[in-house]
Design a protein around this ligand. Structure first.
Ligand code: PLP
Length: 370
């Protein structure tokens, strides 16, 4: 055996997105101790950078040492107890995973289902919350990566608040690509992933809890089912000005990468990053239309960072993806769940959202479909 040498692939799928040389270089810096005061100083900066990206002043804002799925699980296991009711919105694959989390806790999910490719219907959510007084939380996916749909997070957080429920927001694909205003929208638990619009490698999940969520955590009648994800323990390591208590060995070099990726976002500015994602999405849409391809999602709910493209009748979608990867060095995604075989998913996330990426994928698709 020899050292693994991965090929250079243009990552235009649903994540991971391209990681810049600057972020990779940050990861290659010397590993130091995770309780070294200089590392602890970097952790404090990282929390501040996450607050900037997530638009919040929440004290409990940390990267969970595991991928987005762990951020999801952390939000549910810390806020939901056995016997609670949770309204879960499902308009794609990831809402289904939220349901799984609720069931495994021993709580009751009340499902609000919408067709894959459409946003969460606010009236149906309002009706579900009205029909289930005392609901503990409303959970929804802001940016459904499986379909390319944006739901109205601000209105959903407001509905949760109006009905006395906490809001749990999946922002895995939204963070850094479209506005995510945690405080202004009154979101209570927001989690994300490092590998989408932040363009760091996968493996970390930024998570933020509002004061209200922290109060709910402290008021639990039962211990958090997961030891590793129990935020009251995690905070002993991530919070406080003095000595930090050992909880687990932090993924030190991964945290360097996230720190660097967030610095890049700060240098660009949030509004500029959102505008760039939008412009490149429009360029892609025009390019796809020029070769006869159509987007799945209605214009007003389209995510700029995840484009669901209808596979034309009679085309073997898997063969095209295979050819894009082997001949053109470009990765795009397949459809998931009920959209499997029907769409391609072209991600223009973070460092991948630029005119060169758009032109390369459109030109390659044109060749493959000719
Ligand atoms: N939620 C959404 C909306 C996602 O797109 C993903 C991953 O694609 C996840 C959760 C899970 O994240 P991870 O794959 O990092 O565990």
């Amino acid at each position: 055996m020899a050292s693994f040498q991965p090929p250079d692939v243009l990552l235009l799928g649903p994540g991971p997105s391209p990681v810049s040389r600057r972020v990779l270089n940050a990861m290659a810096r010397p590993t130091i101790g995770h309780l070294d005061p200089r590392f602890v100083g970097m952790m404090d900066e990282l929390k501040e950078l996450l607050r900037f990206a997530m638009q919040t002043r929440n004290a409990l804002t940390v990267p969970i040492s595991a991928p987005g799925s762990a951020g999801m699980e952390a939000a549910f296991v810390n806020l939901v107890e056995p016997g609670d009711t949770v309204v879960v919105c499902q308009n794609g694959v990831f809402g289904g995973r939220m349901r799984e989390n609720v069931v495994r806790i021993g709580a009751t999910p009340v499902m609000v289902n919408d067709a894959f490719g459409t946003p969460v219907d606010l009236e149906k959510v309002d009706a579900a919350l009205k029909a289930h007084p005392g609901t503990k939380a409303l959970a929804f996916v802001h940016a459904e990566t499986s379909t390319g749909v944006e739901s109205d997070a601000q209105a959903l957080c407001r509905l949760a608040r109006d009905h006395g429920a906490l809001s749990i927001v999946d922002a895995v694909t939204s963070l850094g690509g479209i506005p995510l205003r945690t405080d202004a929208w009154g979101a209570d638990a927001v989690y994300s992933g490092s590998q989408k619009c932040l363009s760091a490698p996968p493996g970390l999940s930024p998570l933020s809890f509002s004061e209200k969520a922290v109060v709910a955590l402290k008021a639990r009648k039962t211990p958090v089912q997961s030891w590793f994800l129990d935020l009251s323990l995690v905070m002993g390591y991530w919070q406080g000005s003095g000595a930090r208590a050992y909880h687990h060995t932090a993924p030190i070099n991964m945290l360097y990468a996230l720190h660097e990726a967030l610095l890049i976002l700060q240098e660009e500015g949030l509004d500029a990053a959102f505008a760039r994602h939008r412009e490149n999405h429009l360029r892609l849409k025009a390019g796809l239309e020029s070769i006869g391809l159509e987007l799945l999602v209605a214009e007003k709910s389209r995510l700029p960072q995840l484009n669901a493209v209808k596979v034309p009748d009679g085309v073997d979608e898997a063969a095209i993806r295979k050819r894009l990867l082997s001949e053109f060095g470009i990765e795009i995604g397949a459809g998931l769940g009920e959209l499997a075989g029907k769409i391609w998913r072209i991600g223009l996330m973070g460092a991948g959202s630029n005119p060169q990426s758009v032109d390369r994928v459109v030109e390659a698709l044109a060749v493959c479909l000719a």
